[in-house]
Design a protein around this ligand. Structure first.
Ligand code: SF4
Length: 209
């Protein structure tokens, strides 16, 4: 699917970016899960994405729920005490990532990441984002992250997520794939689930579907 990439002696992909070490936002990971080609449009043709009504409505619902969450107790996270921080912006030069995290809970032994989603169920795109947030939080706060929560705004329900090894590996592999696209301006093939194209903002750019 992707062109061959340079590797080092440990068989790791070794990319020396032509455009410098610019950070990518975590939202690119969930877009990659939706369709890798969206990452191409976002990074190689910046500024073309239209802001839809759906995105605006989602943002407002998200803000309202965040205010409610601030009044909620820690019982939902199954911990007796902890410090809650909202809208935590992190940069990771190691992962070349930046992200704005809805909520981080710090306890003496662990950190917990909470993400609010305007959705009725947890999807792979939500999981990868939570996994990436967790890696960034571990780096920033020097605390392990074993679990996180996705709060589904529609059913108003918390889903507990284990931040396990497969999820961590999946984050790192996805970041490598994103680098391949943005640094080599590689356009991936169209997604193999045509129903996704029907509601995609980039539909008019894809002439091969
Ligand atoms: S229209 Fe389809 S193939 Fe093109 S970017 Fe959107 S989801 Fe991907």
């Amino acid at each position: 699917m992707f062109p061959n990439l340079p590797t080092n002696d440990d068989e790791e992909v070794l990319i020396e970016p032509e455009r410098g070490e610019e950070l990518v936002t975590i939202s690119l990971l969930k877009q990659y899960i939706y369709c890798p080609r969206v990452v191409y449009y976002e990074t190689c043709t910046p500024g073309v994405r239209p802001r839809t009504y759906k995105m605006q409505a989602g943002s407002e619902a998200h803000d309202r729920e965040r205010e409610r969450a601030a009044r909620r107790t820690l019982t939902a996270y199954q911990i007796p005490e902890g410090e809650r921080y909202f809208d935590v912006r992190l940069l990771s030069p190691r992962l070349k990532l930046s992200g704005l995290i809805d909520e981080v809970v710090l306890t003496p032994d662990e950190a917990i990441v909470v993400d609010y989603k305007l959705a009725g169920w947890t999807g792979a795109n939500h999981l990868i984002q939570l996994g990436a947030y967790s890696l960034m939080v571990e780096e920033a706060f020097n605390l392990p992250v074993h679990r996180g929560f996705i709060y589904l705004l529609k059913p108003r329900r918390f889903e507990s997520v284990s931040i396990d090894e497969p999820l961590r590996n999946s984050v790192l592999e996805t970041l490598q794939s994103i680098d391949r696209i943005r640094l080599y301006e590689y356009m991936p093939p169209p997604v193999d689930q045509p129903n996704k194209c029907a509601s995609c903002e980039f539909r008019r750019f894809c002439n091969d579907i």
